[in-house]
Every structure is written in C-alpha cells, then in structure tokens.
Design a protein around this ligand. Structure first.
Ligand SMILES: Nc1ncnc2c1ncn2[C@@H]1O[C@H](COP(=O)(O)OP(=O)(O)OP(=O)(O)O)[C@@H](O)[C@H]1O
Length: 419
C-alpha cells in the first residue's frame, strides 16, 4: 500500500516494520537527502515514547565539494533532535574500477563497522518505492532473470548488523510532501540532476511511463512478485541439492542423470550455487560462461566455471576448486585458507599454508587412496616450510594435520534458503 500523505500514516508504516519490542539502539544512515532526513524525523517521533536510543551516521565520500558541508548539516540537525551523530569519511578511491560501486561498498562497510563499534544491532536505511522501481528498470536493461528483478529485501544481515529498509512501500513524493508540510529542510544533492548517471536517466524515463500506469507502485508490486517466485525457485533448488548433491572433502558431487532431468532454471541455479559455495565469490559468473558449462555437463564434457573445475566422472560430475584460481594463495598457520579451509596441527616455525599443486602432489604417494582425482587434489590446502611439503591432509599425507571446512557441509544446503 502506498501512502498519499500525512505524517501519522507514515509513522504507522514505519512502526509496523519493527517488532513489538523494538531494538534498544537503532542506527539511521542519513545522507542528508530528503528520504533519509524524513526517516530521521519519523524515527524520532515514532520511538519517542519507547525505550529506543537513536544514533545517526553520514558517510562523506569526499567525491563532491559539498559533501563535508552536508555531513555537518546532518550533524547539526541530529544534534538539535537530541540524536548522537558521527561522520564517517571515505578516502579510499584509487581511480580504478567503477567509482559508484566502490563508493557504495565502502559506504556499507563504514556504516556496519560504525554500528558494531556502537553496539547497534539494527541499522535503518531510507530506500523508497522509487528506489525499488528504478533498480528494477536498471536490471531490466541488463536482461536480468527472476533473482535480479526481485525486490530488495526489507531486511538483511551484513557483517552481523541487521539492515532494515522500513520505507520501501513509501514513494519519494510522499516523503517530500511530509517534509514540506512540516516545513523541514534537507540537502538537495546536485548529482540528482546529472544525467550521466544511469539512475537519473531511469528516473526521467519513469516519469514518462507514468501515463501508461507503469509507476513506482506497480513496479514495486512486480518486484514483490519476483521475490516470491525466487523464493519458490530457491526451495526447489534446495530439494534438488538434497537429492542430487553430495559433499566430498569440500568438492561437490552431482548425480548427472538426475541433474539432466531438472528444469533448466533449477539446474542452472544449482550449478551457480555449487560454484559460489566452493569459490566464495559473491558475484556469479557471466551468463555466457554458465551456458557453456551447462552445455558441457549435458554433453559429458569437463569444463571450467568461476574459479572451479567441473570434472566429468561418468555417473557423476565432481566440482572442485581450480588450481589456477588458488595458485598464489598463501596464509600463515591459524588463518583461513581460500576463505573456507581451517587447518589444524603442530605449531611450526616459518610454516605456511599454500595449495598442494603438482609439485606437492608428486610427493604424495598415497593420493589415489583418497579416491579423488589429481586435478581436484592440486587445489587443496597443504602445509609448507619453504619448498618442503610438511603435510597434505586431503591428499593422504596428513602427518598429524587435519583440514576442515569453516562452515561445515550442512552450510551448502542451508545457504540455498538464506536469502
Ligand atoms: N552518504 C551517505 N551517508 C549515510 N547514509 C547514506 C549515504 N548514502 C546513502 N545512504 C543511505 O542509503 C539509502 C539509500 O541510498 P542510495 O539509494 O543512494 O544507496 P545505495 O547504497 O546505492 O542503495 P542500493 O543498496 O540500492 O544500492 C539512503 O536513503 C540512506 O539511508
């Protein structure tokens, strides 16, 4: 339901997004723009009579000359409202890659670290129905599938902090009406007019689509429908995983006959999950690469995908880490290797964890007894002292050492349902 106006209605929408027992310490991410300034005022009124302490933070990315003044402005506003405020500065741009993407990631990192430092378990962001609609249109431009077109969640965890978006059903216009009616100020970000940004161009297109009836409300509903469809697909992918996948020393074994009878979309999702679980990569491989790997599996060929190898083993495919992807990975004893392996054994001076590789494997005479192929064993963790191999616990040379997965095997299945 979208609201047309009035602070009272907005307050009840906001309150409904929190449990009867709201968090005792609630963080609010305030950029200084209309949406998050409205959230700050609304949150203060909403929890005025409850045992909730509010905190606010602004990230100054140092990318616009006005940014520092805006952060100062938010600090004054928060202080006037009796809310503790902190400005978090980011100066990490090295000129490489996509600036917007880097800035966004840095912002989330700074905000969650700030929350953790202040024992804030819940952090509110002021995304609106318009953000939802714009995101959906931008994803359409990239030919996204069901997951890409799904609504952004109203809550999710990041680094131990619950991020909530309590205004996702409210339009930007409603929030502006509220601010104007209450004579409340905010900072107008000049980049909101800059058509070099895709989001701003999409915003303009949305204005011209409105006469067709395609507005933020309708697009938010579509995004909600997609989120429900994604949930159903995740569930059937989970069932397929339970049925067809086994974990073997960190590799995944897929029953190929069953895999080939799966609907294409479920099979694709299962494969992406396997690869993501092994590689730890949050971003899926390119669509074309996935299609190639799917075709290889169908035609009983081996393939490579997203830092993993897909080895055809007759009735089964074994999916394991690709040696090339971990070749240069070295960590100290006691540290996590490849984001997933914990090795335990004797304390040794100047020893480190590196992949076993072809040289190490040639020093493991019993490797065949593991039942695992040469290519899979090369990418397993081993203990090295300089060029001397001390132990290779997954290749039949444990020598007092053990290797286990940080999250355990059950995580492979459980994480399919944890969107
Ligand atoms: N500089 C900032 N400082 C503090 N909070 C911010 C800042 N920029 C954005 N936010 C918070 O994030 C919300 C969404 O803003 P915006 O859409 O620009 O962020 P985003 O991170 O790009 O969103 P998404 O998660 O959809 O990519 C804002 O309403 C505000 O709560």
């Amino acid at each position: 339901m979208l609201l047309t106006n009035t602070g009272a209605e907005l307050l009840s929408v906001l309150r409904a997004q929190f449990p009867a027992q709201p968090p005792k310490r609630l963080g609010i991410a305030v950029s200084g723009g209309g949406d998050s300034v409205a959230l700050l005022h609304l949150a203060r009124r909403c929890f005025a009579d409850e045992d909730v302490e509010l905190f606010a933070a602004t990230v100054d990315h140092g990318l616009r000359p006005e940014a520092a003044d805006e952060a100062q402005w938010v600090k004054r506003l928060a202080t006037d409202l009796g809310i503790v405020h902190e400005t978090l500065t980011w100066r990490g741009w090295d000129g490489n890659g996509n600036l917007q993407d880097h800035a966004r990631r840095a912002r989330y990192e700074l905000l969650t670290q700030w929350a953790q430092r202040n024992q804030i378990v819940t952090l509110a962001l002021a995304h609106t129905a318009d953000d939802q609609a714009e995101t959906l249109l931008m994803r359409l431009c990239r030919a996204a599938g069901v997951s890409g077109l799904s609504a952004m969640p109203s809550r999710r965890m990041q680094d131990g902090v619950v991020l909530v978006r309590p205004l996702l059903s409210v339009t930007r216009e409603t929030l502006r009406n509220f601010l104007n009616a209450e004579k409340l100020n905010w900072c107008e970000d000049p980049s909101n007019m800059d058509t070099r940004y895709e989001r701003i161009r999409v915003r303009k297109v949305l204005d011209s689509l409105r006469p067709l009836g395609l507005d933020a409300r309708v697009l938010t509903e579509v995004a909600g429908n997609m989120a429900r469809a994604r949930e159903a697909l995740d569930w059937y992918t989970f069932l397929a995983a339970k049925d067809l996948a086994l974990i073997d020393a960190g590799d995944v074994l897929l029953d190929l006959r069953g895999f080939r009878t799966l609907p294409e979309e479920i099979a694709r999702r299962l494969l992406l999950h396997v690869v993501g679980w092994i590689s730890g990569d949050r971003y899926p491989p390119r669509r074309a690469a996935v299609a190639e790997a799917m075709a290889a599996i169908r035609h009983e060929r081996s393939a490579q995908l997203g830092g993993c190898l897909i080895l055809n083993q007759g009735r089964r495919a074994r999916i394991c880490r690709e040696y090339k992807a971990v070749e240069d990975l070295q960590v100290q004893l006691g540290e996590l290797w490849d984001g997933r392996w914990v090795l335990s054994g004797a304390v040794l001076p100047e020893a480190e964890i590196r992949p076993l590789g072809p040289q190490g494997l040639s020093q493991c005479p019993n490797w065949r007894e593991t039942g695992r192929p040469h290519a899979a064993l090369q990418s397993t963790p081993a203990i090295w002292q300089g060029e001397s191999l001390i132990a290779a616990p997954l290749a039949g040379e444990s020598r007092g050492w053990a290797a286990r997965l940080k999250s355990g095997e059950e995580d492979f299945y459980a994480s399919l349902l944890s969107h």
